[in-house]
Design a protein around this ligand. Structure first.
Ligand SMILES: *[C@@H]1O[C@H](CO)[C@@H](O)[C@H](O)[C@H]1NC(C)=O
Ligand SMILES: *[C@@H]1O[C@H](CO)[C@@H](O)[C@H](O)[C@H]1NC(C)=O
Ligand SMILES: *[C@@H]1O[C@H](CO)[C@@H](O)[C@H](O)[C@H]1NC(C)=O
Ligand SMILES: *[C@@H]1O[C@H](CO)[C@@H](O)[C@H](O)[C@H]1NC(C)=O
Ligand SMILES: *[C@@H]1O[C@H](CO)[C@@H](O)[C@H](O)[C@H]1NC(C)=O
Ligand SMILES: *[C@@H]1O[C@H](CO)[C@@H](O)[C@H](O)[C@H]1NC(C)=O
Ligand SMILES: *[C@@H]1O[C@H](CO)[C@@H](O)[C@H](O)[C@H]1NC(C)=O
Ligand SMILES: *[C@@H]1O[C@H](CO)[C@@H](O)[C@H](O)[C@H]1NC(C)=O
Ligand SMILES: *[C@@H]1O[C@H](CO)[C@@H](O)[C@H](O)[C@H]1NC(C)=O
Length: 456
């Protein structure tokens, strides 16, 4: 998309300027202009630039230098971490003092993998018993460049193998790769989040967060899966945007949790994920939580569990709240278990317990629009499933232009329970003969590759 836009503008400029002879060395098109005045070096030249020494090897911890570099770059400067250099971080860093600070990351920031050290010394957050390598916060922070933020997750995944993060007795905690709290206007552009031990990003009590042109991957070289490596998680955030992200990880792709308002996502690829997930919310007893005003569009969901999903907790001792005004638009599904999924019986409880202690999270005004592609066949001809709670409101859930098919062949079926109004397409109860037959017809399909050429 970008390349063709540049091409068009260049062509327009060439036509307009065709008869004008410009002196040598003067750009004649936008692309020549960009070549001559690269955006990134221009931005950092305007500001004081701080450099720090790079690590000599993987045990050479430069955390102190990194911290000092950020103090020097604070209030208007840029910490520059050049290409082909690695900066090892081997102790927790409190970076919540930032004010008008840029970090140009063209090299690599990598965390040491001394798992017992980090488990004893990392910062802690009570939400789902999280630990973090560092904390970012303050205002007007930009992290940009073509570099890598490397969580060095392999050892963590190997040692966690076989455990479950939401098991209340799980004692093997793994750090979040990028954590921010009380941040205002935080922009992350270009960088590659790699191999996070656990969630990749977690934004808490923050607003005006943007992520652009970022990549996020977690790829294991052993049989241990990169579990719970969610791309995006948040608590208490407002005004978040994610544009053009490439995500290849092992859990939720974009997943705001309690208290999120005004979220905008445009153009994302998610391979092997649990979906574009609203929540889970409503986990903690007595606590209210909500997600509202969300718009997610132009996403390509491959080889994952769900395309679009909403999840709220049910069971004894859970919380309450609402999810309101969410639009999922232009979703292309390939080989996902369900293309759209609303789960009011989260987490890991059976139908009996769920109906005994139903979710108290209201779900209103949700639109699934222009969903295409195909599912994996795991649930046969059932291609979407919505389960609302008898104990909460579930209103104005709508589907428009929904053309998802099943690789098992035959008519695709959408299953709805606990929804009392028309959702815009035919929908049957899980216990209906149509749903039972559809769920029985399981089949498999090949791993999906990305459409070529890629849409950007
Ligand atoms: C790593 O680099 C540090 C700093 O230069 C040095 O003191 C240390 O001996 C090196 N360790 C290894 C294993 O090479
Ligand atoms: C949040 O950040 C602002 C400045 O960005 C600061 O004034 C305030 O004290 C911080 N609040 C907390 C709770 O850290
Ligand atoms: C979410 O907001 C509600 C108030 O609407 C508040 O009671 C609750 O503590 C907040 N949750 C979190 C996780 O901050
Ligand atoms: C729904 O959310 C969108 C942002 O995604 C916002 O523009 C719109 O005003 C919201 N609608 C209502 C009724 O609040
Ligand atoms: C859920 O909806 C019911 C009925 O409209 C309402 O009484 C209740 O306050 C709502 N709960 C929340 C958390 O908004
Ligand atoms: C519908 O979605 C498909 C694939 O995601 C996309 O190519 C198409 O442009 C969308 N249609 C509209 C009208 O936005
Ligand atoms: C459902 O789960 C509850 C709580 O774990 C358990 O006591 C009950 O036996 C289960 N019921 C069924 C039908 O599996
Ligand atoms: C309906 O879906 C088809 C298949 O994805 C797409 O080509 C078309 O643009 C969609 N139309 C609208 C109005 O979204
Ligand atoms: C999707 O993930 C699988 C498993 O990790 C990988 O083999 C495949 O190359 C990925 N596909 C894309 C398009 O990234």
């Amino acid at each position: 998309m970008k390349a063709s836009l540049v091409g068009l503008l260049a062509a327009a400029a060439a036509v307009a300027l065709a008869h004008v002879e410009l002196p040598a060395g003067i750009p004649r098109s936008l692309s020549e202009f960009r070549d001559k005045h690269p955006y990134k070096s221009r931005r950092s030249c305007e500001r004081k630039t701080i450099r720090i020494r790079a690590s000599a090897n993987d045990t050479d911890d430069v955390a102190d230098e990194f911290l000092q570099g950020l103090h020097l770059a604070n209030h208007g400067g840029t910490l520059y971490l050049p290409k082909d250099k690695t900066f090892m971080i081997g102790k927790p860093l409190d970076l919540t003092f930032l004010d008008d600070t840029h970090i140009r990351l063209d090299g690599e920031i990598k965390f040491t993998n001394d798992t017992p050290y980090w488990q004893a010394n990392a910062f802690r957050h009570p939400f789902q018993n999280s630990i973090m390598f560092w904390k970012w916060g303050g205002s007007n922070i930009k992290i940009f460049g073509e570099g890598v933020l490397n969580g060095n997750g392999q050892r963590w995944w190997n040692e966690f193998s076989g455990l479950e993060i939401l098991d209340p007795t799980n004692a093997y905690l793994r750090p979040i790769l990028f954590y921010a709290e009380n941040a205002t206007r935080l922009d992350i552009e270009g960088i590659h989040f790699k191999d996070s031990p656990c969630w990749t990003t977690f934004f808490v009590t923050s607003k005006h967060i943007s992520l652009q042109d970022v990549a996020c991957t977690a790829e294991s070289k052993t049989a241990a899966l990169p579990k719970n490596t969610d791309f995006f998680d948040s608590l208490n955030v407002e005004h978040v945007s994610v544009e053009r992200a490439w995500v290849n990880i092992g859990d939720d792709c974009f997943s705001p949790k309690s208290n999120a308002t005004d979220l905008y996502v445009n153009t994302m690829y998610c391979n092997g994920t649990h979906g574009q997930s609203m929540g889970s919310i409503g986990q903690y007893a007595g606590e209210k939580s909500f997600i509202r005003d969300v718009h997610i569009e132009n996403v390509w969901m491959l080889n994952g569990q769900h395309g679009a999903r909403l999840k709220s907790w049910a069971g004894p001792n859970v919380g309450y709240g609402f999810i309101d005004n969410v639009t999922f638009r232009n979703f292309w599904n390939a080989n996902n278990e369900y293309s759209a999924f609303l789960d009011s019986c989260y987490f890991n409880i059976n139908a009996t317990t769920c109906s005994q202690y139903p979710s108290q999270v209201n779900i209103t005004n949700v639109l699934f629009e222009n969903f295409s592609g195909y599912t994996s066949g795991k649930y046969g001809r059932a291609v979407a499933r919505l389960t609302c709670s008898p104990n909460a409101v579930c209103e104005n859930i709508q589907f428009k232009n929904f053309t998802v098919t099943s690789p098992c062949g035959g008519a695709p079926v959408v299953i709805c329970d606990g929804i009392h109004e028309d959702i815009g397409i035919p929908c049957v109860k899980a216990t209906s003969p149509e749903a039972v037959a559809a769920l029985k017809a399981t089949c498999t399909t090949a791993e999906a590759a990305l459409a070529s050429p890629t849409p950007w």
